[in-house]
Design a protein around this ligand. Structure first.
Ligand code: G3H
Length: 254
């Protein structure tokens, strides 16, 4: 039988998958910083990959961000009773980028359900402790622990700290410890050590390893180092969806 030859990006993705030893690695054309179509492409490929593994009644945790914002335009699974759960609290930015909005749009687009988390992503210690006893919040925490799949972004740490309106003291900690990457409120240095984790009722790093699959979705020149570093600590069940700006950088720096 005739098999179509692999595209350059497919070859690159396969090579990077074996270098980083994760479940999957997909590279799409372009630079997400420069083109919205590349950013949408990341969401589209993520939706296709997720559709292949979803089963009836699956629970999916989703963080927020501009990269995941258009996921619901593309997700058309052939399964039912999906439940989408926000994996983090609210950030002081556009409604479209909130985990809550993305979870509700996904629930609607797939004829499934969603839950909402009414809490900011960044919390003080005392607020976190009392919120964790609220039944609605408790349910979200449990659902994020039990979920089958996670879809999350990866960010440049100082951009994320400012999007979270983190206090100056925390930004200082990130500077002093040379944070280079961020995902779901965890900040890591270039060696992959956690240098800071925000107090959040959202998903925790420890929850990821037991998931059926974790989709990490991020691209763009400004995130090259952030993604390279995140790959050092990504659990083995991670599927990375990125763009050429990052894929080619990783290949050069390997
Ligand atoms: O944690 C990282 C952020 O979710 C990335 O957000 O897709 O808007 O860059 P972004």
């Amino acid at each position: 039988t005739f098999l179509a030859p692999l595209s350059e990006n497919e070859i690159l993705g396969r090579q990077l998958r074996s270098i980083y030893n994760i479940a999957g690695f997909y590279v799409i054309s372009g630079d997400a910083d420069a083109n919205q179509s590349t950013k949408d492409g990341l969401a589209k490929v993520t939706a296709e990959l997720l559709s292949r593994v979803l089963t009836d009644g699956a629970i999916v945790s989703v963080t927020g961000g501009s990269t995941m914002a258009s996921l619901s335009d593309y997700l058309k699974p052939a399964v039912k009773d999906l439940l989408f759960v926000p994996a983090r609290g609210g950030l002081g930015e556009s409604n479209h980028f909130q985990a809550n909005s993305i979870a509700s749009a996904l629930g609607e687009a797939t004829g499934g359900m969603h839950r909402l988390l009414h809490a900011p992503d960044y919390l003080s210690k005392s607020t976190l402790e009392s919120l964790m006893h609220e039944p609605d919040v408790k349910e979200i925490i449990q659902l994020n622990q039990q979920s089958d799949f996670v879809i999350h972004g990866i960010g440049e740490p100082f951009t994320m700290a400012s999007r979270r309106h983190s206090p100056e003291g925390e930004v200082e900690i990130l500077k002093r410890n040379k944070a280079v990457t961020e995902a779901f409120g965890f900040y890591f240095d270039e060696h992959g050590n956690v240098v800071h984790r925000i107090k959040t009722v959202g998903i925790q790093m420890e929850d990821l390893a037991q998931k059926k699959q974790v989709f990490a979705v991020a691209g763009g020149t400004s995130k090259q180092e952030a993604i390279e570093t995140y790959l050092k600590i990504a659990p083995k069940n991670t599927v990375l969806i990125t763009d050429e700006a990052v894929g080619e950088y990783l290949m050069k720096n390997r």
